[in-house]
Design a protein around this ligand. Sequence first.
Ligand code: FES
Ligand code: FES
Length: 152
Amino acid sequence: MATYTLNINGREYRADVAPDTPLLWVLRDHLGLVGTKYGCGIAACGACTVHLDGAAVRSCVLPVSSVESAKVTTIEGLSEKGDHPVQRAWDEVDVPQCGYCQAGQIMSAAALLRRNPNPNDEEIEQAMLGNLCRCGAYHRIRDAVKLAAKKS
Ligand code: FES
Ligand code: FES
């Protein structure tokens, strides 16, 4: 066990955990930030996507010991009132079906638009490739990313 001080959503959190504990479990089990979801646990589905210094990462395979000096953003901290351009576009397009994959989808889309504010279809497809949706909401996800780019 070790004590880690983490910067998450602009706040400082402390967690007493083993160094190899995945960030996902620190977020969910130790800090109560359960917006980030567990899907596969092997970086294959994208449900656990958060931002590390603004870049999309899979928190299920990221040891907490490797993130201590970075700024973590989860879906809870993406915007104060749920009004990030991606969240507004998601709402307008009515993207979610069951909703399980959606936090990860939104975090990947937000990271894409941060580094590329006007992505083309191929760039959107490439950036969202690692986020699976069992409900098959892919068309609406793509439409919402495009709408969010216009809103940004
Ligand atoms: S739970 Fe992390 S990628 Fe699936
Ligand atoms: S909305 Fe159900 S898994 Fe994507």
